[in-house]
Design a protein around this ligand. Structure first.
Ligand SMILES: *Cc1c(COP(=O)(O)O)cnc(C)c1O
Length: 417
């Protein structure tokens, strides 16, 4: 089928959940996607933070080919070597003790929420007074299933599906006083993205993270970090919270974990894991042999190709070039992020929409999140030449659409704390 036929069929046949851009991709190579006419697009979004090794990486193709000849699925009723090997890697990288594998980000997050409730119940049975409430942050995004959506801040994601899971209160972003005011022994978990993704690439402050850690330790509540977007190397460290001097009790990962195959994981401490017994939680597909084999290949490739260092280097360069643009264009009001998780916030939602559209016309993929924020989540293999190409395009687009040059723009918020 060609693009116009696919569009017409989808418009009639699919639940209208997405407003897709009118492009039909048929292939990819490195940091580029290729459409049905053979046009190449520079991908600065990588499938919303999924395709960390870009397209057509030989390590991924090899892992898929080899494992698919052995076993694709066996259920969680039997052993295969993938989960143990992958858990060994992930626990070493994170300092966590145990893993549960899911198929997606939101399922990993559901596992974390269920673990927190079960852990609170266990502590109660041991004579400790601890409640069932969650504290989440304003601008948070944790997924689309009923529990995840209850902990997601934006009303448009939650309210059409009310009543969602009760017992969630939202804390003003980076407001330590508000966190302290809302925290009590009623709380079983504090939920944090170290660097908020959908919320506009906003890093929490060191003070806020430290306060969340201190408060939860004081009662036995769990500090739960959502690393689904920031985790696995995107910020230049394995996990976003590793830029802070804290160790969470529970964390979730997904997006880049299995090189584009669906796989998520919830990692936790031995203490938190005490709450779970056989039969309490599970999944049919989660942690299957194929997804685990590819995840191992992804992690090994990130190590072998020294990609954490590369992400830091190219990310710092990208950030610097965005700062230069902000000095030139008044329309850029902030540049934020770490590694290759970056954003340029513009002074209007309309402009951000126009700029993202104009970038697409120049065959560069970015997206707009939080209305005014241009978001960059490129593959980890991005080069400085690609950054220069994107910056030149942004420069000329901003000159055309927002010709006012800058006086003294702010570039605050680009570093942690
Ligand atoms: C994408 C994302 C999720 C949800 O992951 P899905 O795989 O889409 O369910 C949850 N939390 C964060 C921080 C995310 O970026």
């Amino acid at each position: 089928m060609r693009l116009d036929e696919i569009r017409a069929a989808e418009a009639k046949l699919l639940l209208p959940t997405y407003e897709r851009n009118p492009i039909h991709f048929v292939g990819g190579e490195g940091v580029h996607l290729i459409d049905e006419k053979g046009e190449r697009y520079l991908d600065l979004l990588s499938g919303i933070g999924v395709n960390a090794l870009g397209y057509g990486h030989p390590a991924i193709e090899k892992a898929i080919a080899e494992q698919s000849r052995k076993l694709i699925h066996i259920s969680n009723l039997y052993f295969h070597e993938g989960q143990a090997e992958l858990a060994l890697r992930l626990t070493k990288m994170s300092g966590m003790d145990r893993a549960f594998f899911s198929n997606s980000g939101t399922e990993a997050w559901e596992a974390a929420l269920k673990l927190a409730r079960a852990h609170a119940g266990l502590q109660c049975s041991e004579g400790k007074a601890i409640g069932t409430k969650f504290l989440a942050l304003e601008n948070s995004f944790h997924g689309r299933t009923m529990g995840s959506v209850a902990t997601t801040h934006k009303a448009k994601y939650r309210e059409p599906f009310a009543p969602v899971m009760p017992g969630v209160e939202f804390v003003v972003f980076n407001d330590v006083a508000d966190l302290k005011a809302k925290f009590s022994s009623d709380v079983c978990g504090v939920l944090i993205e170290a660097i908020q993704g959908e919320g506009g690439i906003r890093p929490v402050s060191k003070e806020f993270m430290a306060a969340a850690r201190d408060l939860t330790l004081s009662t036995g509540a769990l500090l739960i970090c959502d690393e689904i977007q920031a985790g696995l190397g995107r910020t230049g460290k394995w996990f976003g919270y590793q830029h802070y001097d804290v160790q969470p009790d529970v964390m979730t990962i997904a997006k880049p974990l299995a090189g584009g195959l669906p796989l998520g994981a919830m990692l936790c401490t031995e203490e938190a894991a005490r709450a779970i017994h056989p039969g309490m939680h599970g999944t049919t597909f989660g942690g299957g042999p194929l997804a685990c084999a590819v995840a191992l290949a992804v992690i090994e490739t990130i190590e072998e190709e020294n990609l954490l260092q590369h992400v830091t280097e190219v990310g710092t360069y990208f950030h610097g070039r965005l700062d230069e643009l902000a000095e030139k264009h008044a329309a850029i009001v902030d540049v934020r992020g770490m590694g290759l998780m970056l954003a340029a916030e513009l002074d209007s939602a309309d402009l951000a929409k126009q700029v993202a559209g104009a970038m697409l016309e120049q065959r560069i993929l970015i997206n707009r999140t939080s209305e005014t924020v241009l978001r960059f989540l490129p593959p980890f293999i991005l080069g400085k030449d690609h950054v220069d190409h994107a910056i030149d395009a942004l420069d000329s687009i901003l000159t055309e659409h927002a010709p006012q040059t800058a006086g003294a723009p702010t570039t605050g918020g680009k570093n942690v704390g």
